[in-house]
Design a protein. Structure first.
Length: 312
């Protein structure tokens, strides 16, 4: 339960011009600095390694850095997924360098850990998420990210990410160390994990509420088989959901304050069935209100006011 003070703080945030500029350019600038701020730490960690291992690690680090830089410079939902995989992975790489450096970690390793940690924090922030998903929006629409489903926040997301990152690092390094069989097996596994894992994680980046000229659209395949389009004239009001709200819960168990859209007439939704029921025919459900969990409820309410919806 959120106290009134905490509730007010969560709904009163507004994206100022400064915060928009920071969310747009800070990830690129911090990531761009990594060769300078973290390069020494990686060089120290690789100095005593065999030449094949060092060369493989250097090539891999540069490739990942280039991929991350391209993603920071081309805002889109795909780029957001890329950043949220690569930037936390840079912290793992910096931590590895700090652990294996021959003479013990010093200032270079501390700086590398600090800068890569900043990258990870930026990539996972709601402001960066908002900026990047709107980078691939169409025309006069404004997207607002939704919080990740509760059941996947503590465990599944992290396990998928760890499996991807570990296999991508381990496979090439084992091959460089001439461990051919385990290296080949893990490299093949890495390809499968990256394809499947990135696709699964990308689905979390494609969950949003959209304000369009015709009304509002809720896009979330974890809760809805088809996007819910609510025509402007059928939107009764938009506001914070009460704890005892009877509106259809489309939050997928996400933690946080919910926003409720109340309709002036009933509409039909097609809920996503549970995995065990995927083969069953899904019947539409009539609703007169729906609720969901945006990353920043206040931004949604501010946008609703700007577009002259009734808020309250």
């Amino acid at each position: 339960m959120v106290s009134d003070g905490g509730r007010d703080r969560q709904i009163s945030s507004v994206m100022t011009p400064t915060s928009r500029a920071v969310s747009r350019w800070a990830p690129a600038l911090v990531w761009l600095s990594l060769p300078l701020t973290a390069g020494s730490s990686f060089a120290n960690a690789l100095d005593h390694r065999a030449s094949a291992i060092s060369l493989t690690a250097v090539i891999g680090l540069w490739l990942l850095w280039v991929m991350g830089l391209i993603a920071t410079l081309t805002p889109s939902s795909v780029s957001l997924t890329t950043l949220r995989i690569l930037m936390p992975a840079s912290v793992v790489a910096a931590a590895w360098a700090a652990l294996v450096v021959p003479n013990g970690a010093d200032l270079a390793e501390s700086v590398a850990l600090g800068v890569t940690s900043l990258c990870a924090v930026l990539s996972l922030s709601a402001a960066v998420g908002y900026t990047f998903i709107n980078g691939s929006s169409y025309g006069d629409e404004r997207r607002f990210p939704l919080r990740a489903p509760g059941p996947v926040v503590f465990g599944p997301i992290e396990l998928v990410w760890v499996a991807m990152v570990t296999s991508v690092f381990a496979g090439p390094m084992l091959l460089a160390a001439k461990q051919w069989i385990p290296g080949a097996l893990i490299s093949v596994l890495a390809v499968a994990l990256v394809i499947g894992g990135a696709r699964a994680l990308h689905q979390l980046s494609k969950r949003w509420l959209v304000f369009v000229p015709a009304g509002i659209v809720l896009v979330d395949r974890t809760s809805l088989l088809d996007a819910l389009l609510v025509q402007r004239h059928t939107v009764g009001s938009i506001g914070l959901a009460d704890e005892d709200s009877t509106a259809a819960d489309l939050s997928a168990g996400a933690l946080g304050i919910q926003v409720e859209v109340r309709l002036s007439t009933t509409d039909s939704i097609i809920p996503t069935p549970l995995r065990r029921d995927r083969r069953k025919i899904v019947e539409p459900v009539d609703v007169d209100a729906v609720r969901f969990t945006p990353s920043r409820p206040g931004w949604v309410l501010d946008a609703a006011r700007e577009r002259r919806f009734t808020v309250g």
